[in-house]
Write a protein of this length. Sequence first.
Length: 314
Amino acid sequence: MRAVTIREGGELAVAEHPDPEPGAGEVLVRVRAAGINGADILQRRGAYPAPPGSPPDIPGLELAGEVAALGPGARRFQPGDRVMGIVGGGGQAELAVVHERQLMPVPEALDWPAAGALPEVFTTAHDALFTQSGLRPGERLLVHGAAGGVGTAAVQLGVAAGARVTATVRNEALRGEVAALGAGEVLAPDGFAEHGPFDVILELVGAPNMPANLRALGTGGRIAVIGVGAGFQAEVNLLALMGKRATLRASTLRARPLEEKAATARAMEREVLPLFDAGRVRVPIAESFPLAAVEAAYDRFTAGGKLGKIVLTP
């Protein structure tokens, strides 16, 4: 098979690899689309290695495709089924092996690029907003960095759940598009604290926002940190946290064990996938690239100024 390959020094190439074979409970997927995420950029730089059991040199945390073969004991899907899911790595290839419990059926309403760009960002957003932060109807949600993949997912999921959503977007040209996803307010990153108080703050930018996040948080509020691209060291006023009886949480998805990843997939099947068939949420795609244009795809991802996801289509 052909796969995106990280060479020494961070060079990207499309190289031949042996076809993977599914083990017990695993599914061989013929990949039709695979999203690019920030973790892939970090892995390319040597800053975020793949977890044990995932290909160390093939990036890709999410994929969609057709079931090509089943390993021993795999029963959830049949050959030819359309599936999608998160993986520890190896998604940006023509073939990938995924445990059946991490896979989800592709909603009928979605084409391949949308399906390949969905699992990582919508699972991350759903887990952070609802499983961790307990977002409820009527609460006020603030999403930082709302023009990215997780941000656009979080805005839509918050709206679908009946929350009142405010978003921050640095690129002024993209604020109207984020508003079209349902955000009631779309702000510049500076001065957002004056628009609080917020019940839940989803932090996708990083350390620079933390002092203002604490000021903007309401009593009993929750901050969930899942992105630190702008910095990862922040000073936190613990008295302010205590005075507001607030909760500060942080999370990653990639290194979780199978049981926890399977739990997020089942929650997605129950609570998120029906929203796609109902037309209540969508996967914004900034641009799709063939596998051979992987360098251009990664450059487009890092250039910024886009709404939604960059996708490779093997």
